[in-house]
Write a protein that binds this ligand. Structure first.
Ligand code: UDP
Ligand code: MG
Length: 316
């Protein structure tokens, strides 16, 4: 019989672990699905790891992975996937905002032969107007870069073993699971779900971290910002042809002493656009630097299977 691995990244989720473990286990048991739950403690500062160990003690199908520090959700997904033993593996949030009943639907689609089952948000939950606008812009750019509509994408997905292995073989340091699961291809199905409200704890996202997340994911998937710089350059070139001819004509007509304000404006505009352009290029160089250093994407300090293990992500 096939096994479903459920990878659950957990960061400061002490209040959720035992509840999530019980709820998910019950739903999968009732549906007659053999499973394992892999909680990845992403360097939590609270008692998350102790809670995971307790959950493992009461249900051996619960496994735990403990990071040496906070590596971020994507690292946690990667580590969980690499330790998953199942014939298919799902990823869901620890806060039960991804309704666990959907796991059963996803699993059924998998048994019908789908290799990637994507959870799609039917609604985006409660968000302010500005947040919505920022999210829409972000997804617009990412969707253009990947050629896949990402506007309601989530990290709630199920991958067949083949897709998991393909995902794990990607060598890039910066991973964006949400988009990569589409990028790897395979026969894909979509399942709609409603984002539930978080019952315990708080969301880990601040405006600052969301901005950083958006910028780093855009630059990892798209060279659009660099093309924007080229676009500006082109625009200014046309502008300069026009102004060049205009000032030459004025010069030969003997009226060239005006236009000081225009000069100042032009210097300011070109100056700022040049600097912005260099900044964008610098950002991409920084990303290249990050990639070529080939640092591991996570470091495991311990697991419930082997408490004394220290494991470093090895793909290079
Ligand atoms: N998470 C993580 N590492 C982090 C931040 C978050 O593993 O550095 C986990 C978190 O425990 C949760 C999931 O990622 O299971 C989604 O986080 P959160 O609920 O804060 O995000 P939101 O639902 O608000 O988008
Ligand atoms: Mg959440």
């Amino acid at each position: 019989m096939s096994i479903l691995s459920v990878v659950i990244p957990s960061y400061n989720e002490e209040k959720m672990i035992s509840k999530t473990a019980k709820v998910v286990a019950k739903i999968l048991e009732d549906a007659g699905i053999d499973y394992e739950l892999i909680f990845v403690n992403d360097g939590s500062k609270d008692n998350t790891w102790a809670e995971i160990e307790a959950a493992n003690a009461s249900n051996k199908k619960v496994r735990g992975v403990c990071f040496s520090r906070n590596f971020g959700k994507e690292g946690a997904i990667l580590a969980g996937m690499s330790l998953a033993k199942g014939d298919c593996a799902a990823v869901m949030d620890c806060d039960l905002q991804h309704p666990p009943e959907i796991l059963v639907t996803m699993y059924e689609l998998w048994t019908q032969g789908y290799q990637v089952v994507e959870g799609v948000k039917a609604s985006r939950g409660k968000e302010s107007g500005l947040h919505k606008l920022a999210a829409n812009t972000f997804y617009k750019i990412i969707s253009d870069a990947t050629n896949i509509d990402m506007s309601n994408a989530s990290d709630f997905k199920l991958l067949d073993r083949k897709a998991v292995d393909a995902f794990l073989s990607l060598p890039e340091r910066h991973i964006f699971f949400r988009a990569l699961s589409s990028w790897i291809g395979f026969k894909t199905a979509y399942v709609e779900f409603h984002v539930a409200d978080r019952t315990e704890g708080v969301s880990k996202w601040s405006i600052k971290s969301l901005t950083r997340y958006a910028v780093s994911n855009i630059t990892s998937f798209s060279t659009f910002p660099m093309q924007l710089v080229t676009g500006c350059g082109l625009l200014f070139f046309l502008f300069s042809i026009f102004f060049g001819i205009y000032s030459l004509v004025k010069y030969f007509m003997g009226e060239s002493l005006e236009g000081f304000t225009t000069v100042i404006l032009l210097i300011l505009i070109t100056g700022s656009i040049l600097m912005l352009g260099i900044g964008v290029i610098g950002y991409y160089i920084a990303r290249i630097y990050d990639e070529v250093r080939i640092r591991p994407r996570y470091i495991i300090a311990s697991t419930t299977d082997q408490p004394s293990i220290t494991k470093v992500d090895t793909i290079s």
